[in-house]
Design a protein around this ligand. Structure first.
Ligand SMILES: [Zn+2]
Length: 160
C-alpha cells in the first residue's frame, strides 16, 4: 500500500538594487534582486522546505545553516538536490511540486519553462510534475512596494 504525505513551504527575501535575481534556478533580468545567504532563490527555498516538511525532516535552516560557509553563495538547486537525497534516505520519493511566486515585477511568465526545467532536473522528477505560478500583490504592502519577494510551495511525497 502506498503512503502519501503533503508538505508546505514558505520563504521571503528582501529585494536590493543591483543584486542578481535568481528565481527557480534562473537568473531573471531585473534592476534588483533577492538578497540573502546562498543565492537567495526564494522559490527553490520554499520548495526545499515543502519537501523537508512533508517528511518531517526539520527545515532548510536546520540542514543548511547560514552560519556555515559551505552554503555561502551556493546555487540553491544544489540544496534542492540535497533535500531530495534526505527524502530518499527516509524512504520517500517526491511526487509533484506546486509553487507560487508573489512579486510585483518583473513579469515571470516568460521564465517559467526554464525554471520548471531547472527544478525538475535538480529534484529528479519530470517537468510535468513541477507547477510554477506567479502573481503580484496588487501593489499593496512590502511586495507591492518591491521591497521583497515571497514564495509558497506544496509537494506530495510517497512511500511504498
Ligand atoms: Zn530563502
Amino acid at each position: 500500500m502506498t503512503k502519501i504525505k503533503v508538505g508546505f513551504g514558505f520563504d521571503v527575501h528582501q529585494l536590493r538594487e543591483g543584486q542578481p535575481f535568481m528565481l527557480g534556478g534562473v537568473q531573471v533580468p531585473h534592476h534588483a534582486g533577492a538578497f540573502g545567504h546562498s543565492d537567495a532563490d526564494v522559490l527553490v527555498h520554499a520548495i526545499c522546505d515543502a519537501i523537508l516538511g512533508a517528511a518531517n525532516l526539520e527545515d532548510i535552516g536546520y540542514h543548511f545553516p547560514n552560519t556555515d560557509d559551505r552554503w555561502k553563495g551556493i546555487s540553491s538547486l544544489v540544496l534542492l538536490s540535497e533535500c531530495v537525497k534526505l527524502l530518499a534516505g527516509a524512504g520517500w520519493s517526491l511526487g509533484n511540486i506546486d509553487a507560487m511566486l508573489c512579486l510585483e515585477a518583473p513579469k515571470i511568465k516568460p521564465h517559467i519553462p526554464a525554471m520548471k526545467h531547472q527544478i525538475a532536473a535538480a529534484a529528479g522528477i519530470s517537468e510535468e510534475d513541477v507547477s510554477i505560478k506567479a502573481t503580484t500583490n496588487e501593489t499593496m504592502g512590502f511586495i507591492g512596494r518591491q521591497e521583497g519577494v515571497v514564495a509558497y510551495a506544496v509537494c506530495l511525497i510517497e512511500k511504498n
